[in-house]
Ligand binder design. Structure first.
Ligand code: MN
Length: 195
């Protein structure tokens, strides 16, 4: 997936109809992450990490957990442009991913991936199927790991919280903190404003 670029992203969308950004490969310093709650044909969370100028993306049906014992399925999706990280609104009926999107959490992250004690660049870790990183978000903080457990057509990863100060088995932020960190709106409010 490291070789993926924005062609797949653009091929799925008609930019005359959707207000999602067309995008281009960016080069901002300081790696960003964003998690978008996407109420589409199936409700899910899109987990995105800035790597080499694009947002590497996974669809997480249950959303991220703060409980280190919870393993959350994360299915890779196409790379998205960096500007997508601030997209919030309604994707029209008949368009790819039709439904409502809000920015559920966002911030920066640090790559903590290591192998034999040596730091591993994100792209290499993703190619190998295992990365660790520390999130500095508003709702999520501290370490997480993404680990590939199935390759091929149904490539699948697991998103798991590390045991650190950001871990809390009693929190369920996807349920208790549903609002956008960008606008404070709920999905219904975004749909109402933009629909
Ligand atoms: Mn999505």
């Amino acid at each position: 997936m490291a070789e993926d670029d924005l062609k797949k992203y653009r091929g799925k969308r008609d930019f005359a109809k959707t207000r999602e950004p067309r995008g281009r490969r960016g080069s901002t310093a300081g790696a960003r992450f964003v998690i978008q709650h996407h109420d589409a044909s199936t409700d899910h969370y899109d987990f995105r990490l800035e790597v080499d100028g694009v947002l590497k993306s996974w669809s997480v049906p249950k959303g991220p957990s703060t409980d280190p014992r919870e393993k959350r399925l994360a299915v890779p999706t196409e790379d998205h442009p960096l500007e997508y990280g601030t997209f919030e609104g309604v994707i029209p009926e008949g368009e790819y991913g039709a439904g409502t999107v809000l920015v559920w959490d966002a911030g920066t992250y640090e790559n903590t991936t290591a192998r034999h004690g040596e730091p591993v660049p994100m792209a290499d870790g993703l190619h190998r199927g295992h990365v660790t990183f520390a999130l500095h978000g508003e709702k999520l903080t501290g370490g997480y790991a993404l680990t590939r457990f199935r390759t091929g057509k149904s490539e699948s990863w697991l998103l798991v919280k590390a045991r650190d100060d950001g871990a809390d088995a009693r929190r369920t932020p996807v349920r208790t903190q549903p609002e956008s960190v960008r606008s404070g709106r709920t999905l219904d409010e975004v749909a109402g404003d933009d629909g």
